[in-house]
Design a protein around this ligand. Structure first.
Ligand SMILES: CC(C)(COP(=O)(O)OP(=O)(O)OC[C@H]1O[C@@H](n2cnc3c(N)ncnc32)[C@H](O)[C@@H]1OP(=O)(O)O)[C@@H](O)C(=O)NCCC(=O)NCCSC(=O)/C=C/CCCCCCCCCCCCC(=O)O
Ligand code: FAD
Length: 616
């Protein structure tokens, strides 16, 4: 599987190069990488062993290395003359970066770094492509000068000979083993023993070690985390894609499959006529749209911030970090749970490999873990919200994506309930700010009682993650509302298209309202009649969107090769394709399976003989 994946990934990388020359000559590499990743997802459903090379190795060389280092390493990496990965996580540490054990000791006598993974737990473990594909990596290690820790640093390390691909002396490298998915990626392990690299192999755009061993600190230490921010932004787009693929499959299947008359004596309807089926499928279509728009926004913000960081302007880094965390978490959680809901909506056939929903789930699910485990990133956002709440209390302005927090903090109570979109959006934002306030009271009480900030974060963790989740909902719903209601190109839309978009906004806001009704009722008085009215509107908007479900998913424009699903094929010949896939199964090559003579027949005969004996 690994070699097939590499073969396909190389084919796609060549395609990327031609796409880039055709559509984006000399332009940024983001779009071909994204397109390539989508194309690669189709070519190798077991995952792309070049993903981390394209998205992290080349980017880290460009963003963390000096111009000279880019010339020496980055250009060759961009041209796929060398293949690398991003080796940060270790067997013993993934989340707590300050606990990483790999070390780089500076030897001023030779102007080299001596790299070591001192214990088994220090081995790099997980980096994509590290097992067999890569001959280089960005090796993340704790920097030591005269045995004094200076923090994390990144080193360009060659791990295999460029001609023979043999591991170099002092390198212990291999594959970490079978995973629940992405088995084409050859995630690997790496141990280094007294492995020497020249001083100029340490990426020094933001921090430097001078020949005499003097250390020049980065102006903003967090800029070394920037490669992760990029992938978090990409995950938001990638996982909204996976959800859109699953929604396309389940929608098409739901208008082919007929089951269970709704009226006695009537013919069996398409299963999408059942209201409960509509509630399983249509909200996931809308969620995919909502996150694709949010991810596009985030990508634009990333591009702007990356250019600013390149000019040493780090001012927008905190906001990008907060949004990248919140969107990476929200899209990976919601897409993973949504794909499983869509698989279940396809009944037994949803469980067949030929439906491909299991593989899409296995591709989406690890995004809840990699690039920052989701609950850790929620806690990270919770901490940022605490900091921003202190700003609110001090009457200071907040970053644009948190401006609603200031506005809501000035409201002494929630206005008269109207049930309008603005009202629903404000309710979610108001509940978020109420949760932030409660979390802050708990957190601050702990800090005031002499608990350390880290301990206070831990013991306030449940309230911090709740506040972070609601902040994510507020941001995503607010972005969708702006795009539908206040978009500058709204007048270019046909009235019919605008109506479909408004129905999707109605569904998204009501669905989020019901998902967080408990959180909202904690801060806002809403009567039973007002809630029942929303229930009726939910049922009504599902009915309104039912006729548009296929058209919306067709607009995602996934061809059959990308969906790779007998349930979601464009021509709708589901049963023929399921049967065709079944007949291809190796067990159907013979009428009598080999195990009959070897195992089953003796087993049945032994039981028959025992039965006869027991009768005698
Ligand atoms: C953030 C931590 C958890 C903690 O950080 P730490 O420094 O220890 O301590 P803190 O006090 O929390 O933070 C200190 C200050 O620093 C600020 N901060 C923290 N992080 C950042 C950041 N990233 N940017 C900016 N600022 C940051 C923080 O706010 C504090 O500020 P202040 O002092 O309060 O002001 C940290 O430990 C951490 O991040 N841990 C997680 C580790 C992690 O994420 N590891 C990832 C390893 S790499 C990996 O997993 C790679 C996976 C490969 C997957 C690739 C698959 C492909 C996916 C994308 C494909 C897309 C293609 C598109 C498809 C299509 O188009 O369809
Ligand atoms: C498919 C895949 C690809 C990957 N690719 C790469 C790669 O290319 N390069 C790379 O460097 N890494 C890669 N990783 C590793 C990934 O980055 C880590 O798995 C991730 O950062 C989580 O760290 P961990 O595995 O150590 O989990 P842990 O941090 O041990 O998490 C285990 C549990 O502990 C909890 N926990 C941890 N810290 C805290 C805390 N402070 N507060 C509360 N709870 C906490 C977590 O929430 C989680 O529930 C990959 C992982 C996967 C699954």
């Amino acid at each position: 599987m690994a070699s097939m994946s590499v073969k396909h990934a190389i084919a796609a990388a060549k395609k990327l190069r031609s796409l880039q020359e055709r559509f984006n000559p000399g332009g940024s590499d983001i779009y071909p990488a994204l397109m390539g990743d989508e194309a690669i997802t189709a070519l190798i459903p077991s995952g792309n062993p070049l993903s981390v090379h394209i998205l992290m190795f080349t980017r880290a060389l460009r963003e963390q290395g000096t111009d000279e280092q880019y010339e020496k390493f980055g250009r060759r990496a961009d041209n796929n003359e060398i293949i690398g990965t991003f080796a940060q996580t270790e067997l013993g540490h993934g989340t707590y970066l300050r606990g990483l054990e790999a070390r780089a000791d500076y030897d001023r006598g030779t102007e080299e770094f001596v790299l070591n993974t001192p214990k088994l737990s220090s081995y790099k473990w997980w980096p994509g492509g590290l097992g067999q594909t890569c001959n280089y990596c960005i090796f993340v290690a704790q920097l030591y000068i005269d045995n004094e820790a200076k923090g994390m640093a990144m080193f360009v390390v060659q791990i295999r000979d460029e001609e023979t691909h043999m591991p170099l002396p002092g390198v212990h490298v291999g594959e970490i083993g079978k995973k629940m998915g992405l088995n084409g990626v050859n995630n690997g392990f790496l141990g280094l023993k007294d492995y020497r690299v020249p001083r100029l192999n340490m990426l020094m755009r933001h921090q430097q070690v001078l020949p005499d061993g003097r250390f020049v600190k980065s102006p903003v230490s967090q800029v070394s985390y920037f490669p992760m921010v990029f992938v978090r932004c990409m995950v938001a787009r990638q996982n909204s894609n996976y959800l859109a693929q699953a929604a396309t499959i389940a929608t098409r299947y739901s208008v082919i499959r007929r089951q269970s008359p709704i009226e006695e004596g009537q013919p069996e309807p398409k299963i999408l006529e059942h209201l409960t089926q509509q509630m399983k499928v249509i909200p996931e279509i809308v969620t995919a749209v909502v996150y694709r728009l949010a991810a596009a926004n985030l990508q634009n913000m990333y591009n702007e911030t990356a250019e600013a960081v390149y000019r040493k302007d780090f001012s927008r880094l905190p906001e990008l970090h907060a949004l990248a965390c919140i969107l990476k978490v929200a899209t990976s959680y919601d897409s993973t749970y949504g794909i499983e809901r869509l698989r279940q909506a396809c009944g037994g056939h949803g469980y067949l490999t030929a439906g491909n929903l299991g593989n899409i789930f296995a591709m989406a699910a690890p995004a809840c873990t990699y690039e920052g485990e989701n609950s850790v990133l929620y806690l990270q956002v919770g901490k940022i919200l605490m900091k921003n709440w202190s700003q609110v209390l001090a009457g200071r302005e907040l970053m644009p994506s948190m401006a609603y927090i200031s506005e809501c903090s000035k409201m002494t109570s929630f206005p008269q309930w109207t049930g309008s979109w603005e009202c629903l959006l404000k309710a979610i934002q108001y509940a978020c700010v109420g949760s932030i306030r409660l979390a802050f009271q708990s957190y601050n009480a702990r800090v005031q009682s002499a608990q350390s900030q880290t301990a206070a974060v831990n013991y306030s963790g449940l309230e911090l993650t709740k506040a972070a989740e609601l902040h994510g909902r507020s941001y995503v719903a607010g972005n969708f509302y702006q795009q539908i209601v206040n978009s500058p190109n709204k007048h270019q839309r046909s009235p019919q298209f605008q109506k479909v978009l408004e129905n999707m906004l109605e569904l998204h806001l009501i669905q989020i309202f019901f998902r967080h009704l408990g959180d909202i009722l904690r801060f806002i008085r809403i009567t039973e009649d007002e809630i029942s009215a929303l229930q009726r509107r939910l049922e009504e908007v599902l009915k309104e969107l039912r006729p548009d479900a296929v058209a919306i998913t067709d607009a995602f424009d996934f061809n059959d090769k990308i969906l790779s699903s007998a349930l979601g094929c464009y021509d709708g010949n589901v049963y023929e394709r399921l049967f065709e896939a079944a007949l291809k199964h190796p067990l159907n090559r013979k009428s009598v399976p080999d195990f009959f003579e070897a195992h089953l027949k003796p087993f049945m005969k032994e039981n028959a003989d025992n039965a006869k004996k027991s009768k005698l």
